[in-house]
Design a protein around this ligand. Structure first.
Ligand code: MF3
Ligand code: CO
Length: 263
């Protein structure tokens, strides 16, 4: 598949969609606590997106039934919201996409629920750092494999493993476009990073081994060893110099900082 490079105007439309994703995830962040159901989070996200002029990207995509992917503990990604009640000590990845003005935005954040084991909090910190290092590597003129290599190198240096079966992707008129953006790979390999390349970088990092399995619902991806997995995602655009980060954790982290003061 050919890569479709976006104009500056199109990048601005992806930014608008991605901004609404960030604000939606912040609404979800407000509700995260022991006892809330994952379907409850989904309902709030869907209403917020529709109220703000967007459409949930995931609902109906290849038959996916919900607005969010809500992936708890050993679920890596694509957890379907349902009756499960979050528990003290869980971690929960919330992944959201918005379609607006003809373009998608895509972002995910993994939240701790109540008091989480420090070993698992470290997994969250390192996975977010993998994303940030991957973005730092997304420099105009370098290659896609430099992003992949940077993420893998950092995750493995901390003793974690990188999921192979799922990867980041181009984002635009379609939720998933070329190129694939693996979280593992070789320096200097793959396409050159050119202006207008818009991609979602989304490290999925496991505390234990890299292997995953798909559950019988056809969506839920879980670690084979049932140990925890974390996932953070940003949509970015390549431009001369450093990448332009189109999605944001600013609203999410403002909510989390406020909650910390209350606790
Ligand atoms: N955010 C996920 C991704 O980055 C979306 C996949 S869920 C689906 O690939 F339902 F939309 F497929
Ligand atoms: Co994605």
């Amino acid at each position: 598949m050919a890569i479709y490079y976006k104009t500056k105007e199109e990048v601005e439309l992806v930014r608008k969609s991605s901004l609404l994703v960030g604000k939606t995830l912040a609404e979800v962040a407000k509700l995260i606590r022991p006892g809330v159901t994952t379907a409850g989070l989904d309902k709030v996200a869907e209403e917020f997106i529709l109220d703000n002029g967007g459409v949930p990207s995931f609902k109906g995509y290849n038959g996916y039934p919900a607005t969010l992917c809500v992936s708890v503990n050993s679920v890596v990604v694509h957890g379907i919201p349902g009756t499960y009640e979050l528990q003290d000590g869980d971690i929960v990845s919330v992944d959201c996409g918005v379609f607006m003005n003809g373009f998608h935005g895509d972002s995910a954040y993994t939240f701790p629920v109540g008091a989480v084991n420090p070993e698992i909090l470290d997994l969250l910190k390192v996975t977010k750092e993998c994303l940030h290092r991957g973005i730092e590597a997304a420099v105009f003129g370098k290659r896609l494999g430099d992003i992949s290599y940077t993420i893998q190198e950092y995750a493995e240096s901390k003793g974690y493993s990188v999921v192979r079966e799922l990867v980041g992707h181009g984002v635009g008129k379609n939720l998933h476009e070329a190129p694939e953006v693996p979280n593992f790979g070789k320096r200097g390999s793959g396409p050159v990073l050119q202006e207008g390349l818009v991609i979602a970088i989304e490290p999925m990092i496991n505390l234990g081994k890299k292997a995953v399995k798909t559950e019988r619902d056809g969506w839920t991806i879980r670690t084979l060893d049932n140990r925890p997995s974390a996932h953070f995602e940003h949509t970015i655009a390549v431009q001369p110099g450093k990448a332009d980060v189109l999605s944001t954790f600013e609203y999410i982290e403002a909510v989390l900082n406020k909650k910390e003061l209350v606790n």
